[in-house]
Design a protein around this ligand. Structure first.
Ligand code: KG4
Ligand code: ZN
Length: 340
């Protein structure tokens, strides 16, 4: 079964054709990072307008690269939640129109859960129960997947998502956008020499990342020679390269340690047969090595290109969830929040 996936939840416009949930026939991603860099973060209106401009060329390119014609496409899948409403609207409207025009079933997909299915793009097959740590720019969840249709959120961030904390910390240090990869690079040149607060939430698989972020702000203000009143805009120029690298390394260590220890707790208590770590933050080099040291080689990570936003994971997820097919495609709506 060939599924055309469409992704537009945030600032990547993507389309892909995936066969039977595993074989990626094409995956095209148009990133808007260069547009948003000048603002230091994603500007929702700019993102929506940019999706409008490229969504059709991206879909055409994905079809061309897959060597499929519309006749070979069995269904269309679209990420309809969660995300920026303006961005979601473009993908959903496009998918609805194509499904109606081409008379194809339309499968709505939860973008965050789809990140986990990015691990199955290739040779890995699903085995249950699975524990998945899904860490993206706006969501941090531990999922207990008992079957494709029984997915429970057993832990979540109570405030900032892990990726959001990376992005905000990079901003404090003046490391640029997107923050995650910038912290990853800076940390490789630094050492873990500073104490960065870690929130431990006993009797729960939840997370809290606003503490580490504030801890970095206070540390950076102090090293920059100011107190809590020093504006974060003034900090980067007052820090040395070395201080920035060491703060990045210390922050990254704190966040990754929290992620891994909550995952370890979930593994101890649920005895999964498969462990997946997915989402943009799963691309982090330090996290990957910490996972190997603390949990071992059993942890499955999607390929780098399927960690960050892409449409192959949307089409892959849809293959296992065809029963979600919208009965009346015209009635499908985008939903900015996360709902299972
Ligand atoms: O999954 P994703 O591409 O988009 C969302 O669904 O949000 O995740 C984006 C997040 C951003 O916060 C980005 O800074 C972070 O993933 N990220 C990283 C790395 N690459 C991307 N965080 C840490 N280290 C990385 N190498
Ligand atoms: Zn994502």
């Amino acid at each position: 079964m060939n599924i055309l996936g469409i992704e537009s939840t945030c600032d990547e416009t993507a389309a892909a054709v995936v066969k039977d949930g595993h074989e990626v026939l094409s995956s095209v991603v148009a990133s808007q990072t260069d547009f948003h860099r000048q603002y230091g973060g994603v500007v929702p209106e700019v993102a929506a307008r940019s999706h409008i401009e490229v969504v059709i060329p991206v879909i055409k390119e994905a079809l061309a690269q897959s060597r499929c014609t519309w006749k070979d496409v069995d269904a269309i899948a679209v990420a309809n939640q969660p995300g920026l409403i303006g961005s979601l609207l473009i993908g959903v409207l496009t998918a609805k129109t194509l499904a109606t025009l081409r008379n194809k079933p339309l499968i709505p997909v939860n973008h965050v859960i789809a990140h986990t299915y990015g691990a199955y793009l290739g040779l890995i097959r699903p085995v249950f129960p699975t524990i998945s740590l899904t860490i993206s720019g706006s969501h941090t969840h531990i999922l207990l997947i008992k079957s494709h249709d029984q997915i429970e959120v057993i832990g979540s961030s109570r405030d900032d998502a892990a990726g959001e904390a990376f992005d905000k910390t990079a901003r404090i240090l003046g490391l640029g956008f997107p923050g995650g990869p910038a912290i990853d690079r800076a940390a490789q040149k630094g050492s873990v020499i500073y104490e960065v607060a870690r929130a431990t939430l006993p009797n729960s698989y939840d997370f809290s990342f606003s503490g580490p972020k504030t801890s970095v702000l206070r540390l950076a203000q102090k090293l920059a020679g100011g107190d809590f009143r020093l504006s974060s805009l003034e900090i980067p120029d007052r820090l040395t390269e070395r201080q920035k690298n060491d703060i990045a390394a210390s922050f990254q260590h704190s966040v990754c340690l929290t992620l891994v220890s909550q995952l370890q707790k979930a593994i101890r208590e649920h005895h999964p047969k498969q462990i997946i770590v997915a989402g943009g933050v799963a691309a982090n080099g330090y996290l990957r090595s910490l996972l190997e040291v603390k949990i071992g080689q059993d942890v499955i990570l999607p390929e780098f290109k399927y960690c960050t936003d892409n449409a192959a994971m949307i089409a892959g997820y849809a293959f296992f969830h065809t029963k979600l097919t919208a009965k009346v495609p015209e009635l499908l709506t985008p939903n900015p929040s996360f709902q299972i």
